[in-house]
Design a protein around this ligand. Sequence first.
Ligand SMILES: C[S@@+](CC[C@H](N)C(=O)[O-])C[C@H]1O[C@@H](n2cnc3c(N)ncnc32)[C@H](O)[C@@H]1O
Length: 245
Amino acid sequence: MEKDLEKKVDAIKEFSRFANQYDNYNIIQNEVAKTIVEQLSSKNYSTIVDIGAGSGAVYQNIEKRKIQYQEFIALDSVQNMLDIHPTHKKVTKICADFNTIDTFNFFSVNKSGVLLSSSALQWSSSLSMTLNELSKKSLHAHFSLFTSSTFKTLHQVAQIESPIYSTQTIKETMSQYYNCSYEVKNYTLTFSSVREMFHYIKHSGVSGGNKQLSYKQMKHIMRVYPLDYLEFEVLFVKAESLFYR
Ligand SMILES: C[S@@+](CC[C@H](N)C(=O)[O-])C[C@H]1O[C@@H](n2cnc3c(N)ncnc32)[C@H](O)[C@@H]1O
């Protein structure tokens, strides 16, 4: 029993908001993007597609690890994010929404390519639709999704439901379209005050949890929140499509 507890504590990766003053709001996402790229099994791909590419954390890690590719497709629904994403002759940027079925006509990946999505698919309004379409596009895929255990204590204190999918729901949905192996990673991010914490939540784009909170609720939580850190849970998925033709 004691051993299990130890394991869990060891498994939590801790960050401090002030450990890295640069790119502060993306500390956890950057770590997640690094991990998803480390999990790639090949050093050479025809095409790499990044769904919800944002400002390019996945791309940067691909470059850092010297992973080769002929084309990198960065897809995101927010043009401002794509504008920040590194530009290169091998990079194609597609501004499109993964909640819209037409989006999946805009790219294709052959057998020696890979599809990635890091910290984005928790925003899929229908995970089933999105994964169904993605599974037709690429044989190999790697996903990371924040789960409903992100901001767990905060949601408990506020007595609200997480707006994002649980680990169980993600696994059940994934398994309809892919053969998968899973890994759950937990992270904490420490703050010097609860006010700082709320500021972070507002700007991080990790979870829309606080959008559901009224000003009065926020005030209450700021008084009673028992931790000096925020909790994050991420599900990493290595997936092989059941529907790729
Ligand atoms: C938390 S960021 C992660 C960005 C990047 N993948 C990373 O690892 O840093 C989530 C990204 O998903 C994008 N996104 C959210 N909903 C989307 C949608 N429906 N279609 C396409 N992109 C979406 C956002 O614009 C944002 O850039």
